[in-house]
Write a protein that binds this ligand. Structure first.
Ligand code: FES
Ligand code: FES
Length: 175
């Protein structure tokens, strides 16, 4: 839609709000944002999907990763207006109601979720990987997750989670 809806003055400069039609997890949402609003803020504050995490806000931690047209994207450094009309998927898209998907179940089985803060970003990067490469190697997984930081440092269990999800012989642990 991309309509200009109003003009305001901020710090002496003109700022224009726009109405955007955003496709999030298969649903269209109409939101009004200023041009400088980032996709992360639009998803969390305008649409109310708070699964996507706000970590560094500078493109370094990966906590805010969503999929845009299937590609992992750092929503904290991508403008909302740039994503109008694109297919955006967040971590809320993975489960079916209360039923976790196979990747989320594998994270639980392997202890890939510790404090959980990095988990949504990890899940979305892993989802993009598995959609392109259903049988990734450890190296493939490490490369796919290189932009996702885990302060709890449980990287091995996260990699094992993805190997289990891809049915490569990693069995669920006894937790
Ligand atoms: S919050 Fe986006 S990369 Fe850290
Ligand atoms: S599980 Fe705590 S930051 Fe990764």
């Amino acid at each position: 839609m991309d309509q200009i809806t109003d003009r305001t003055t901020v710090n002496g400069k003109k700022s224009r709000s726009r109405v955007l039609e955003m496709s999030i997890n298969g649903e269209t949402h109409e939101i009004t944002v200023k041009p400088r609003v980032m996709l992360l803020e639009a998803i969390r504050d305008k649409i109310g999907l708070t699964g996507t995490k706000d970590g560094c806000e500078s493109g370094t931690c990966g906590a805010c990763t969503v999929l845009v047209d299937g590609q992992p994207t750092l929503s904290c450094i991508s403008l909302a207006v740039e994503n109008e009309g694109k297919d955006i998927r967040t971590v809320e898209d993975l489960a079916d109601g209360d039923n976790l998907n196979f990747l989320q179940e594998a994270f639980l089985d392997q202890g890939g979720t510790q404090c959980g803060f990095c988990t949504p970003g990890m899940l979305m990067s892993a989802t993009a990987l598995l959609e392109k490469n259903p049988k990734p190697t450890r190296d493939d997984i490490n490369k796919a997750l290189e932009g996702n930081l885990c302060r709890c440092t449980g990287y091995n269990s996260i990699v094992d989670s993805i190997l289990q999800a891809s049915d490569q012989g990693v069995k669920p642990r006894l937790l």
